[in-house]
Design a protein around this ligand. Structure first.
Ligand SMILES: [Zn+2]
Length: 441
């Protein structure tokens, strides 16, 4: 079902007018009330009244994670802390956490977008909802909790972990929909299997999975082992928490961004210019309705692309692809941005390959070379008769096919070397070092 059809299926022309009006308001508010933002805009020579069309968004300076750190804890708020209704924080890798504040109006908006997520994931009012996201300072648990209450679900606030109890509650309370991370969904699936509980024998039908990147292969495995339809939810605390976008069960092909609340751009992280629809780059969000902590052009560090094509579910909101990596992982090869996970995406449907590959980047004089080594799977070596020299006609053919697929996705030519299973060097933990950059940059 569509929770807010009047917004989620709004004609795009109308939506853009709404976005512009809200953008003007949010920039005005931040400029007037946040000295940090005022200073940034002044430095960029932009004033709120310069925002006349949505294209003027590109004139506004970016907000980055470091800005949260530099203004810790409350420097980006538009209201005194005493006017907040709640504070969340995400653990930083170094030092202080990233702090986000919400007014009661912000909490209403947040519940609204999370209700939309649950509805597009298959939930219907009256369904039992097992919320296995962590409750606490982390935004996942409480964000989904209030969204679920708003849409009339029966919430089981079990929080994360304790697989034994999760399984008992799934059986006894009969949740039809569960929210957790994809890796925890797999843990649950394996635990059910170990207890001889068949997928499909529980009332569970839908999974809203997110808070970490995952792949289509993982989706297949989760759906098969849990007997559910699994969709991707995306969000980040700096923007609001969970509820920025969610896939629909109709297509399961990219998460619809709730564009009446969040204005999305994808930029080339190097040039900082917006890229075309379909092109891969860094996701950037501007909040359109948040009071306490509006963010203007927040650079997420997440790599994805946007798809404006109409969707079978009827929503008119653009869809974002899966997160293909982080800007920190980006390689620049012959002037082209390359994300290691694109290699995986390019080769995912090739039946003869294993998921193990390695990228080696070298530089001969001034020219960058990309070598991609990929392990074939056992089935393929068996097909070859158990031996693998690399000279076989089948190997040559497969190499060419891989090369073409990589060229299609990366936009540059890579040298492909196929190797037998288990041949690529593993580190101590059995993990592969996926990228080896031998250039002296
Ligand atoms: Zn859809």
């Amino acid at each position: 079902m569509i929770w807010a059809p009047e917004m989620e299926t709004m004609p795009r022309k109308e939506l853009q007018l709404l976005q512009l009006r809200r953008l003007q308001q949010v920039v005005q508010r931040a400029y007037e009330r946040v000295p940090f933002t005022r200073q940034r805009l002044d430095q960029a020579g932009v004033r709120p009244e310069h925002i006349k069309t949505l294209d003027d968004l590109g004139r506004l300076p970016f907000t980055r994670k470091s800005d949260f750190r530099d203004t810790y804890p409350f420097g980006l708020l538009t209201v005194p802390a005493s006017q907040l209704a709640r504070i969340h924080a995400s653990s930083g890798t170094t030092g202080k956490p990233t702090v986000v504040g919400y007014t009661s109006s912000d909490l209403r908006v947040w519940a609204e977008v999370c209700a939309r997520c649950l509805a597009s994931s298959g939930a219907q009012p009256g369904d039992v909802f097992q919320n296995a996201y962590g409750y606490g300072l982390f935004t996942g648990g409480l964000g989904m909790h209030y969204g679920a209450e708003l849409m009339g679900l029966v919430v089981v606030p079990v929080s994360g972990g304790n697989t034994e109890r999760q399984i008992m509650l799934l059986q006894d309370f009969g949740a039809k929909i569960i929210a957790c991370t994809p890796s925890y969904a797999l843990t649950l699936a394996e635990a059910l299997d170990a207890r001889g509980i068949r997928p499909g024998s529980l009332p569970l039908r839908y999974g809203v999975l997110g808070a970490e990147p995952w792949t289509e292969a993982m989706r297949d495995e989760i759906e098969r082992k849990l007997g559910i339809t699994a969709v991707n939810i995306y969000g980040l605390s700096e923007v609001i928490g969970p509820g920025v976008s969610n896939e629909c069960i109709e297509e399961q092909n990219g998460a619809h961004i709730f564009e009446d609340h969040f204005l999305a751009e994808v930029i080339n992280p190097r040039t900082e210019k917006a890229v075309e629809f379909g092109e891969v780059g860094e996701l950037v969000f501007t909040t359109l309705t948040k009071e306490a902590l509006p963010v203007i052009r927040y650079c997420t560090g997440d790599i994805a692309s946007l798809d404006p094509n109409p969707c079978r579910c009827g929503r008119t909101f653009v869809r974002m692809s899966r997160i293909m990596g982080r800007t920190d992982d980006m390689l620049i090869i012959r002037g082209v941005n390359v994300y290691p996970t694109q290699v995986e995406a390019a080769l995912v449907g090739v039946a003869e390959l294993s998921p193990h590959y390695q990228l080696v980047v070298t530089r001969q004089r001034t020219l960058d070379e990309l070598d991609v080594s990929i392990e074939v799977n056992e089935g393929f070596t068996k097909h070859l008769g158990g031996t693998f020299t690399g000279e076989e006609a089948e190997v040559q053919e497969l190499t060419t096919r891989c090369q073409q697929k990589l060229l299609g996705v990366l936009g540059i030519t890579a040298r492909v070397t196929l190797v037998p299973p288990g041949k690529l060097p593993r580190s101590e933990g059995g993990k592969l070092r996926r990228v080896v950059d031998q250039r002296k940059l």
